[in-house]
Write a protein that binds this ligand. Structure first.
Ligand SMILES: [Zn+2]
Ligand SMILES: [Zn+2]
Length: 342
C-alpha cells in the first residue's frame, strides 16, 4: 500500500495536509499538518517505529516541496495529540528531538505520556485480572499478555506542555471537543468545516472499545454518549478526517451506522446470554475468525459490550457465590428477567 500526501482546504482557507504513515508492518494511519496564518500544528505523530518516523519526515518534506508550504520542523508552533494510543503518540520522542514546539494532549491522557511506564504496568495488571474473569484458558493468558506488551517498549515518558481543558478547549484556530470512550482523553478538533477525529469515527470499521474496568473513561457507555456529542457538528463539517482509513463525507450517516452496529452487537450478546456464558465464550461466537493480537481486541470489544449491559442490569452474574473475595475467578453472565431489547 502506497499513499500520497493529500491536501484539504477549509472554507476559510486553512490547509490540512494528510501524511500517510506505516505505523506497524501492514498497519497504516495518518499524521496531519494544519496550517492557518502563523499557526502550524502537527496533529499526531505516528508510532515511533523507524518506518513511521521516516514517513513523517517524507510527509513534511512533500508538504514543502510539492505544495510550496513552509512546513518544516522549525516552523511548527504546536504538536497536538488526539488521544493516548501508541499509534498516535509513539513518535513523540523523535518529534521532540526535531522541534521545541509545545506538546499538547487532553488532561485524561496526559498521564499516558508523562507516566507511561507506570500506566503500562497498571493496565497489564488489570488485563491479567480481566483475562481470568473473562474465562480465557490459563495457558492462553500469558500469550495474550505478551502480545499486549509487544510494541509497548517503543515509547517512554515525555513531558507535556499544555492540556486542552486548561486552554479552554481551544488551541490556535482549533476548537476541541472531549469525546471519551475509545480512549479516556480522545478529542476531536474542528477547524472551520474540517473535523479531525483521531479514532473517534473511522470510515470502514467501528473504533475499538474496551471495558471501563481496565481504564476509567473508556467503555461503550462513554463512547455512545460521545458519538451524540459530535452529532451537532455533522451539519457544519465538509470533511471528517480520521487517524486511519478514508475521509468521511457524511458524518451523520457514519455516526448512525456505528451506533446501529453497537446496538446490534449488544442485542447479539443479550441473545447469547439466554444460557450462562463467559466473556471468552461470547467473544468466540461474536468473532469466530480472529487470531493473534485480534484475539485480545475481540475479548476487549466483547468485554465492553458485556460491561455496558451489566452496568444497566440487563444481564447479571450466573452466581454471585462464584466471586472470590481475593482473587479474580472466571465469571459467567446470564440475561436478566425482563431485559429489554437494545
Ligand atoms: Zn486509538
Ligand atoms: Zn489509531
Amino acid at each position: 500500500m502506497e499513499l500520497a500526501v493529500q491536501r484539504f482546504e477549509s472554507g476559510q482557507g486553512a490547509r490540512v495536509y494528510r501524511m500517510p504513515l506505516e505505523l506497524f508492518p501492514g498497519f497504516w494511519g495518518f499524521a496531519y499538518l494544519v496550517i492557518s496564518d502563523g499557526f502550524r500544528a502537527l496533529i499526531d505523530c505516528g508510532s515511533g517505529l523507524d518506518s513511521s518516523n521516516s514517513a513523517l519526515e517524507s510527509g513534511l518534506s512533500t508538504v514543502c516541496s510539492a505544495y510550496g508550504e513552509d512546513g518544516g520542523w522549525r516552523r511548527l508552533t504546536h504538536v497536538l495529540i488526539t488521544h493516548g494510543h501508541i499509534d498516535h503518540h509513539g513518535g513523540l520522542r523523535y518529534v521532540r528531538s526535531q522541534t521545541d514546539a509545545p506538546v499538547g494532549v487532553h488532561e485524561l491522557d496526559r498521564r499516558v505520556l508523562t507516566r507511561y511506564e507506570e500506566r503500562v504496568r497498571l493496565i497489564t495488571h488489570r488485563l491479567r485480572g480481566f483475562l481470568v474473569e473473562a474465562g480465557v484458558e490459563p495457558e492462553k493468558q500469558a500469550a495474550i499478555i505478551d502480545l499486549y506488551l509487544v510494541n509497548k517498549q517503543l515509547f517512554s515518558s515525555v513531558p507535556v506542555d499544555l492540556t486542552y481543558e486548561a486552554e479552554g478547549m481551544r488551541v490556535g484556530p482549533l476548537t476541541m471537543t472531549h469525546v471519551p470512550g475509545h480512549c479516556p482523553g480522545q478529542v476531536v478538533m474542528q477547524l472551520d468545516d474540517i473535523l479531525l477525529v483521531g479514532d473517534q469515527v473511522l470510515s470502514e470499521i467501528s473504533p475499538h472499545q474496551s471495558p471501563e474496568s481496565l481504564s476509567d473513561n473508556t467503555g461503550l457507555g462513554h463512547y455512545l454518549e460521545s458519538l451524540e456529542r459530535i452529532r451537532p457538528l455533522s451539519t457544519r463539517v465538509r470533511w471528517t478526517l480520521g487517524g486511519h482509513q478514508e475521509p468521511i463525507r457524511n458524518l451523520g450517516a457514519r455516526l448512525d451506522a456505528i451506533e446501529s452496529l453497537h446496538r446490534e452487537r449488544l442485542q447479539a450478546v443479550l441473545d447469547l446470554l439466554t444460557v450462562p456464558r463467559t466473556i471468552a465464550e461470547i467473544s468466540a461466537r461474536l468473532f469466530p475468525e480472529v487470531h493473534g493480537y485480534n484475539v485480545l481486541l475481540a475479548l476487549e470489544e466483547t468485554g465492553a459490550h458485556v460491561e455496558y449491559l451489566a452496568q444497566r442490569g440487563q444481564i447479571g452474574l450466573e452466581s454471585q457465590e462464584a466471586i472470590d473475595d481475593v482473587c479474580p475467578v472466571p465469571l459467567r453472565y446470564v440475561r436478566a428477567d425482563g431485559a429489554t431489547p437494545c
